[in-house]
Design a binder for this molecule. Sequence first.
Ligand SMILES: Nc1ncnc2c1ncn2[C@@H]1O[C@H](COP(=O)(O)OP(=O)(O)OP(=O)(O)O)[C@@H](O)[C@H]1O
Length: 643
Amino acid sequence: MAKKNDFIMTIEDDEDVESLDLLEDEKTDTDFKIDLDLDGLEAIPVTMDFSLARNNLAEKTGEQKKRSINDIILEKRRQVLNANKKLKSSSNKEEGKTNKDSNEEQNNLDVSDNQEENSDSDSDSSGSKSAKKSNKKKISTTRLKSKLHLKKKVEDSESEIDESEEARKREYFSQDKELDSIINSNEPSIFTSMNISRPIIRGLSSLGFVQPTPIQVKTIPIGLMGKDICGSAVTGSGKTAAFLVPVLERLMFRPTNVPLSRVLILTPTRELAMQCHNVASKIAAFTNIRISLAVGGLSIKSQENELRERPDIIIATPGRLIDHVRNSVSFTLDNIEILIMDEADRMLEDGFKDELTEIVQHCPKKRQTMLFSATMTDNINDLIRLSLNKPVRIMVDPPRQTATKLVQEFVRVRKGKEQSRSTFLVVLCKFLYKKRCIVFFRSKAEAHRFKVLFGLLGINAGELHGSMSQEARMLALEEFRDEKIDFLLATDLASRGLDIKGIETVINFNMPQTYDLYLHRVGRTARAGRSGRAVTLVGEEDRKILKMAIKAANKSGKSLVKQRVLDPAVCEKYKNKILSLKEAVDEVLETEKDEKKIVEAERDLTKAENLIKYNKEIHSRPKRTWFMSQKQKFDAKKKGNSE
Ligand SMILES: Nc1ncnc2c1ncn2[C@@H]1O[C@H](COP(=O)(O)OP(=O)(O)OP(=O)(O)O)[C@@H](O)[C@H]1O
């Protein structure tokens, strides 16, 4: 994962809105964003004074310090705990000593708020220890109580592989027998026997890579031959190094008299691009190969400067790359010799089809192209036809499989009991999977709400979704990686490609909409031969995907599937607790909204001030042009998802 300090940050994460990059860095307000639609600006007098507006704002908001969501949650949690304490002590007084025994008994079953705090901070507290123990015991006895009844006859219509479709696909791919023998060879190999230069072997060793993974064994020799490749293998199987090694090896022999950008790697998300940049930089650490990152959310100005130096490899997200192609003077893709599209199907789902088409058209026809994904959906056929030339198809695992050391658990959410989802999640996180756990939600709002609820319950969680600034997204990933937080509450932004060492559990708050997405989400654990667990809350409407998961696990014969039953008594207790916190959660969200408004008002003021102050410079620059309007982008995404 890239370190935060490796990059210069701008605040806004929207591709369509740029920081005012014509200003000197030191003059630039970090909170400053602007679209460059400046019509009519000339009419505003340059001397306009904003101090009145600032004073007004200060009067309204007082000297109040801007608080983060964590501060707001913490304050609310203190209030809730104090209120509970008061309530308890007054009811204790009323009931008198006679009730002492029954209270103690109750406390042993019940993890009260105070004990909760103790159990979080003071592991020696015997009360909390015994409460914890008894709960643990209870849950572990019910844990894995019964196995899912695996239905043998899942209808053929749900079969994941359509044979006739397969036959049609075979037409596009290379039928070269010699290549087939490389792909099908099962010879155990080590990197040193693969015709790879010493500096790259050193880079690989520095990462602890000695033996190539199966996808690497098959891809590297074919990549080195300059062939087009369409590759897929299960999540966490080492696809990144599979395409990076042949790329770096080929670059070792490039002419170095004139610097040229020869390799373009496209990924669907900024986080993935940064991760790929990080791995590539490590493998190339002992070479003179230069690698640059071009993604949204990071300073466009510094990227332009870097691209002007013509780095050997550019790792980019499609939107930002198109922006550079259109707006960065002298930046072209004319010298690209190798084009790589990682997680290609996700790029299409995200509505990047038009961007990808334009990028492919900007690259020279004579080039090597490699396309990778853990899943190969039908909607990438067009992209394959458009961008690959008789590609060699490398499929290491049967399609749509999970990692072999993944245990899949399912918790049934009964019809009409949808509200118990929250309870199940809290109980799972409070008692069973207490760290190194990523929880997926369908919406950003849902993830954020749980961030607040978890905070109020004393569960240490961060969030990761598209409503956060790029800086906050990177910070959350770092905190999770460094175990400063135990839970990462995420949307599907994090479902693909992210490689965080040691994720033990993936929880799906809802079953994802497609089985492919399920595979990507659960693929965040059990990576690189490690074991891991995926727990999914399954409602009535999710049975189709559940069946697919069970069928795939049966077919592989390696992946374990279980039904988890949670203790009803513990669930009942937490249901009430969550209900009692509903108001507090709403209040935190409301306070956060108000504070955001103040920050926005201040930012608008600064923006207006800067607009006027730097009016001349702004007008002296050519207007940026955009590949698509927001509306077009939204429509493309909708189309991508429906295809
Ligand atoms: N040859 C190797 N030896 C040891 N570990 C490896 C090797 N190749 C890759 N890994 C490790 O395996 C993990 C998964 O690799 P990578 O992220 O490339 O998987 P992936 O197939 O791209 O996954 P996804 O489909 O989720 O994107 C990483 O932690 C990586 O460091």
